[in-house]
Design a protein around this ligand. Structure first.
Ligand code: NAP
Length: 309
């Protein structure tokens, strides 16, 4: 079996950048991705804060340019999820869902994060029947209808602006009255009250609808008063949780499960690095994922050189 210099897990912005830097350093690289290259960028309508695109760029377009760059690289690509990882004598072995195993001297974990569920009754049953976690994927099903978005972060605000172009009305339901999302989005939302209404200090208590979603029962967290909001779509954007289920305990994580690294993206397990959204950090953006990927690759290269010295 090939012993790769590095195995990169995930082909989002962090993983693609790490692979690019490693290949250009002369390393042998395996890249494992379970879906299409691009990661969460593919689920984002437009990216406005990546330098070089003053008018913004569609998520799928940026993902396409990343994938085209990836296609130019000489590396081995594997499609599938990673189910487990073990390490012995400086060699890290990954088992893929297919049962295939891969071995590398270093591993760069760029497995990203997946959306969190709201955690209300019937959410699972109504997913695909009105409940969604991706406006770009499902927004069009709600053309001309009234929809709700839950959350107060950048994703909720950004995707509400996208949905406002399709839906008749968007209600943003947030459990506080202060938003984490960027001021630029808050101002844009405030400028279109006829399309987007803010419902603050409010949570979703339950979902209505037998076959498809017909409405939400909302509760004011101050007064505890409840009311029904009739909507046919509910978009849940309440944050992400890291995709780290396959990592051994030797790779330390924070309370939320994000991987702890130092400034050079080194984890607590020698030879294993982490980059992008899977990492414990303050700012989760495409631009920081790309930076993490480059740093992790450089640190892995230095580690490999020390092994060979
Ligand atoms: P986030 O920043 O963690 O925000 C999650 C939001 O959901 C918060 O407002 C939170 O409320 C709310 N929330 C969490 N659990 C909830 C629950 N059970 N019920 C109701 N509300 C709940 O997540 P995100 O917006 O997905 O962003 C994730 C990361 O990606 C962030 O670092 C963000 O900046 C970044 N991002 C950046 C961009 C951009 O720069 N354009 C776009 C998208 C995402 P509280 O505020 O009360 O905690």
């Amino acid at each position: 079996m090939t012993l790769y210099d590095s195995i990169v897990i995930g082909a989002g912005p962090a993983g693609i950048t790490a692979a690019l830097y490693l290949v250009r350093s002369g390393c042998t690289v395996a890249l494992v991705e379970q879906m299409t290259p691009g990661g969460q960028v593919l689920q984002t309508e437009a990216i406005e804060n990546y330098p070089g695109f003053p008018k913004g760029i569609k998520g799928w377009e940026l993902a396409d340019t990343f994938a085209a760059h990836l296609d130019e690289l000489t590396l081995d690509k594997f499609t599938g999820g990673v189910s487990s990882m073990s390490s012995a004598d400086g060699v890290h072995s990954l088992t893929l869902d297919s049962g295939q195993t891969l071995s590398g001297r270093t591993v760069i974990v760029c497995s990203g994060a997946k959306h969190k569920a709201l955690g209300v009754a019937d959410e699972k049953r109504l997913t695909g029947h009105g409940v969604s976690y991706c406006a770009v994927c499902d927004g069009n099903f709600f053309r001309g209808q009234e929809v709700a978005v839950v959350g107060g972060g950048n994703t909720a605000l950004e995707e509400s602006l996208y949905l406002a172009k399709i839906a008749a009305k968007v209600y943003i339901i947030h459990r506080r009255d202060a938003f984490r999302g960027a001021k630029v989005y808050q101002e844009r939302i405030a400028s279109m009250p006829e399309k987007i209404s803010l419902i603050t200090n409010t949570v979703v208590d339950s979902l209505q609808g037998e076959g498809d979603l017909t409405g939400l029962t909302l509760r004011d967290v101050n007064t505890q008063a409840t009311r029904l909001l009739p909507v046919t779509g509910l978009f849940v954007f309440v944050g992400y949780e890291p995709a780290t289920g396959f990592l051994p305990p030797a790779v330390e994580k924070n309370k939320q499960g994000f991987v702890l690294t130092d400034a050079e993206m080194r984890t607590s397990l020698a030879g294993v690095f982490a980059a992008g959204d899977v990492r414990d950090k303050m700012c989760r953006q495409v631009v920081t994922a790309v930076g993490d990927g480059a740093t992790a690759a450089q640190a892995a290269f230095v580690y490999l050189e020390q092994l060979h010295a």
